[in-house]
Design a protein around this ligand. Sequence first.
Ligand SMILES: Nc1ncnc2c1ncn2[C@@H]1O[C@H](COP(=O)(O)OP(=O)(O)OP(=O)(O)O)[C@@H](O)[C@H]1O
Length: 352
Amino acid sequence: MAGEDLLRTALERLADPVSGKDIVSAGRVSGIVLRSAQAGLVLAVDGLSPHDAKTMEARVDAALRSVPGVEGARIITTAERGDAPQGPHPTAPAPLPEIRHIVAVGSGKGGVGKSTVAANLAVSLASQGLKVGLLDADIYGPSVPMLMGRQERLTLREKLIQPAEVHGLKAVSMGAMTDPDRAVVWRGPMASSALMQMLTQTQWGPLDVLVVDLPPGTGDIQLTMAQKVPLAGAVIVSTPQDLALIDAKKAVAMFGKVGVPVLGMIENMSTFHCPNCGHESHIFGHGGAEQAAKAMGLPFLGVIPLEMAIREASDAGTPVALRDDPAGNAFRRIAVQVMAALKETRHATDVR
Ligand SMILES: Nc1ncnc2c1ncn2[C@@H]1O[C@H](COP(=O)(O)OP(=O)(O)OP(=O)(O)O)[C@@H](O)[C@H]1O
């Protein structure tokens, strides 16, 4: 029997006090992993009092550790109503004294290249000698493992998540907890509770900047995350298309609503230079994000061209920001702008 099946069998011996079934059949357990003698899973504690949730967590911990070959266990608790026993108060940002700036990368619309920008921004900042972390909070479509070329599962040491050290930075992804072929279907409070635990229970060490790749859109999940994570600021990625820009403006408004400074906008998939004839075309338009930023009184942080090389480098797990070419330079220029915007924000708000 495979290690993860042994874990499941051990968990099936635990009764669920609410449904009377075992906790696996009751649907309380997901994302079971076993790697390097460390077991991990997500435990839903809905309907349990804080005391009963703690008791269940302890029983799950003991059950996992009873399996031969398991040396440690990491349990991430979630609750749909947001009443997980761990984690901060819903409206109080988690204290993260080792992290100087947390920067969220958001977008109003999916598919505009938010994750590509987040990963390349993080790599560019690391290439400037900064200590950088990258947290993939895009719970429904985590893409950082692919973009960074590391698909491994979560590893734990002394109950703390160990980030993958890759391309000069430390990366943690919800994708590391889940089967890459299966989308995680979690409701908002469960997702934000799991995310907060990944944020606060990862051994980041001292960081200058933590880049957070948010899920696309402006729903409750993003709003809650923007409230719970002590963000220094947000950058908004958009294509130049009108439709994407309408949604990008909603994202700007959402951050404004919760008092998170918007550091600026980035236009992705801007000009396309034909690699064969050199002809310049504007497949999704051009300049729209800069105009929108201006209209909203926000800084414009720069443009990223639409390039096959960017897509290929992303698919290969070697971000284009590692290269000394025009696309790599575009990301490095944006990273400089982001750092400058962060300094201004700190000055303006006297450090949030
Ligand atoms: N500038 C670019 N040039 C070429 N391809 C790009 C560029 N930016 C992103 N892509 C490609 O577009 C696709 C979508 O990008 P990405 O996953 O980063 O978007 P996203 O906004 O994070 O999407 P979602 O959040 O909906 O998952 C990927 O295949 C990526 O490689």
